[in-house]
Ligand binder design. Sequence first.
Ligand code: ADP
Ligand code: MG
Length: 253
Amino acid sequence: MSTGTSELSAHAAGVDITGLRKSYGSNEVLKGIDLNVAPGEVVCLIGPSGSGKSTLLRCVNLLEQPNGGTIMVGGFNVTDPEVNLDKMRQQVGMVFQQFNLFPHLTVLENCTISPIKVLKRKKAEAQKVALRNLERVGLGDFGDRYPDQLSGGQQQRVAIARALSMEPTLMLFDEPTSALDPETVGEVLSIMKNLAQAGMTMLVVTHEMAFAKEVADRVFFMDGGVVVEEGKAVDVIGNPQQPRTQDFLRRVL
Ligand code: ADP
Ligand code: MG
């Protein structure tokens, strides 16, 4: 890695989820999930559509309110009603399938607006940090462009740079390459791999099994709102033990 190994790992936070439950009406979507990510670790979450992966990620930064269990992020007890939500959310960067860039702002402005408004950074300082992160994702020369002048893969790389510009201690990715043209998937996965090697704590929902096998330290397979199997990436993906995991992997590999 050329940049920032210690810079990222020094601030990495862990995640500790125990007994997480979430229902929508009578539909129990998460049925008591235990999952932890150590500081600097990369965990991939895999499983069929509807198994609760996005709901789990959204509970971690309280975009969804859990019905039970506890979630710790770094020093924050996310599930404590007294938690400082703003401070907690500043720690957590999230990248979605849809890039959600602000279309009327330049690439650089997309990366500086939150640091200026939320972190109260001076504009010049925010621009310096944003530029460093745009360089990290290979888009140092693209600051003046608008999102619609970029490919999908480039837009997703901006979304990653934007999240990094809030200096998070944890990054959540929800199928970050699922909306991309096949030829741009690789560039986004390669940025994520670099981030992982730089020591960022990452919880990644993905259907990219080759990425999960290569980059993740551990993999969790979810189905029907429960963790069916978990372990080292090479074991869960290379040699799954549970029939449901085997069946899923047969279908996606
Ligand atoms: P995954 O990301 O694994 O595909 P989700 O977490 O998106 O799964 O969804 C799990 C289940 O929760 C699905 O049955 C889905 O229909 C339901 N669900 C998700 N979000 C909502 C919501 N806001 N309101 C009602 N049901 C929801
Ligand atoms: Mg999902």
